[in-house]
Design a protein. Sequence first.
Length: 83
Amino acid sequence: FDPSCRFTDPTLSFEGTDTFERNTQNLVPLVERFVENYDSVLLDIQSTPDYIETRWNMVGELNSLFWKPKIDVIGQTKFWFRK
């Protein structure tokens, strides 16, 4: 990735691989504290000359709530190539 690339999803957008790395590292303690039996599975990957698109499934159980609701999210990520 270009060090100044942009990361965007439905909830936020930011620039820079340093910020991406810091945001990801900040999530680890939260996931480890509040989620059990978590996993992320790659469901599909497609490549075109302009981008790579993945579909993934993230699952887990929220252990901080007594009924331990399950998380089961299917999402997608698209990486565009710079021309």
